[in-house]
Design a protein around this ligand. Sequence first.
Ligand SMILES: [Zn+2]
Ligand SMILES: [Zn+2]
Length: 144
Amino acid sequence: MLQSLLKLVIVLAVFAAMVALGYRLRMALLPPAEEQTGSDIQVICLKCGQVEMARVSDINATFCSKCGNPVAEAWRCRDCGKAFPFVQRIPKDRATGRRGLQDWAEMHRCPFCKSLKTEPVPLKEEAPPPPAKKPDAVPSASAN
Ligand SMILES: [Zn+2]
Ligand SMILES: [Zn+2]
């Protein structure tokens, strides 16, 4: 009785070890999982200012297709329309309260016009609204 229990424990232990080993082997053999391949975002070159779409998993390992220099996430200002690199500055001593708000503002502020109305450059530039169709000049009833 005790022996069969011991056997069961050993079988379980071996099974667990095999699962763990298999998992490790799989991690070593398989190409990076999907979540590691990154996502498409608009980036801006820190050197030449080129804005382009890139598949980014690590922004620090992403480079401009034009000049090969580092890029940052591209943000744009809704007030002046200019694109700028969004560089996340993490304060040394994580600020809170009013100071944290200042850091946040500094991070998001447009470097050109200091506006805070900034946003990530969208992947697809939304098409400009189609020109309003002018209704054909209908002889109006007021032509009397
Ligand atoms: Zn560049
Ligand atoms: Zn601006």
